[in-house]
Design a protein around this ligand. Sequence first.
Ligand code: UD1
Length: 420
Amino acid sequence: MTMDRYVITGKQRLEGTIRTSGAKNASLPLMAAAILAEGTTVLQEIPHLTDITSMADVLVSLGCKVTLDHNECSIDTSALNDCIVDETLMRKMRASNLILGPMLARNGRVKISRPGGCAIGTRPMDQHIKGLQELGVTIEERHGYIEARADKMRGGEIYFDIPSVGATENLMMAAVLTEGTTLIRNAAREPEIVDLQNLLNKMGAKIRGAGTHVIRIDGVHKLTSTEHTVIPDRIEAGTHMVAAVMTGGDITVENIIPEHVSPIIAKLHQGGAEVTQNGDSVRVRHNGKFKAVDIKTLVYPGFPTDLQPQFLALLTIADGTSIVTETIFENRFQHVAELRRMGAKITIEGRTAVIHGRPNLEGAFVEATDLRAGAALFLAALAAEDGTVLERIDHIDRGYEDLERKYREIGAKLQRVVKQ
Ligand code: UD1
C-alpha cells in the first residue's frame, strides 16, 4: 500500500477536455464473469486501478491466467484449480465477493473469507446468501469464512428485500449455468448490471430484464469466452462535472453515456450550472455562485451514493443552505469532519447533513478515509484558497485512473508526493 499524498494548489480555473475511463464497478463483475466461460475472455477499457489488480490477484489465486496490458484484460480460466479466497485478498477489496456466484456455477464449490465492515457501513451479505440458498446452494458460515456448495442447484425465484447491486450480479452469475428459469425480483437496476447482462449474453447466456426490477435467467449448459468493452465510469464522469462547477471552469467530459449521469446533470442545472450534451460528451460551465440544492441518495436512477461526498463538497461553497440525505449507507459522512477542517459549515443529524454554504474553503491538512471521501476532498482542495495536503490517496488510487495527468492537462496544480 502506498502512503502517498497530494499537494494541491487551489483556485485554478479548470478548462479543457477530460476523458472518462472504463467503469471500475462494471469491470469488477465482468472480470468475475470470465470464470463462467471456457477459454480466454478479453475485456477492453479496463481501468488501471488498485481494485482491478486486487480482482486480478483473486482470479490468479484460483488458478486463472490474467494479463493486463494497457486497458485490455485477458482472463484465461482453463487452469482454474482452487476455490478458496484467502483473508488477505478478501480484506483488500469487498467486491471479491463477486466470485461467489460464478465459482458456484462453474465449480460447484467456493469458500471466501467473510467480508468485514468498511469505512462507510457494516455492509452485510444476507441478500447474496438468501438468493443463493433459493437456488439450492448450501451455505455454512464458520470461523469467519463463508463456504458454499452447489450440489443440487436449480432455477428459483428470488425476492430481494433491498435492491443490492452486488447481490443482483452474484445471483445472475450463479443462475446462468443452472438448469431451469431463475427470476430475480426487486433487482438493482444500475447500468453496470446491464453491462454484465450484455457480456453474459455474448457468451451465450439467456438473460433478459437487466435495467428493470425483474431479471429472468434461462439456464444454459455452457458459456463461450468472448470480447467486450466495458461502459464508461459514470461516477468518475460525475466527479469531473462537479470539478468544473467548483473551479468556475469549463470542462468537456468525453466518453460518457449521458443517460447514466442524468441525476447529476439535473442537480447541476438546478444549481445554475450550464450543462450541454453532445453525443457521448457533456460540457459543464459555470461562473458566479452555485445555488444551494438538496440531494437524497437512492438506488439507480436516483442520485448515486458514490457521488454524494463530491456533491456535498460542492455545496459547502454554494449560495444558501442545502440538505443532503444518505439513504444507502449508514456511515457515509466521514468526509464531513475533514471538510470542516477546510472551513466548511456542516451539521449532521443521523443520515442527514445540513450544509451552510460559505464563500470559500481554505486549504488544510486533510486525510481521505475512503475512495469517494478522497474524491470529495480532492475537489475541495482544487476550489480552496491556498494549498492543501491530502493524505492517504491510496484510497483514491482504488477508483480514479490517471487522476494527476488528467487534472494537470486541464490546468490543475498538483503534485503526488511519494512517501518512503
Ligand atoms: C456497489 C458499488 C458501490 C456502491 C453501491 C451502492 C461495486 C463494486 N460497488 O456496492 O460502489 O456504493 O453498489 O450503489 O459495484 N446490503 C444488505 N445486504 C446485502 C447486500 C447489501 O443489507 O446482502 C445493503 C448494504 O449494506 C448497503 C445497500 O444494501 O447499505 C446497498 O449495497 P449494495 O447495492 O449491495 O452495494 P455493493 O454491491 O456492495
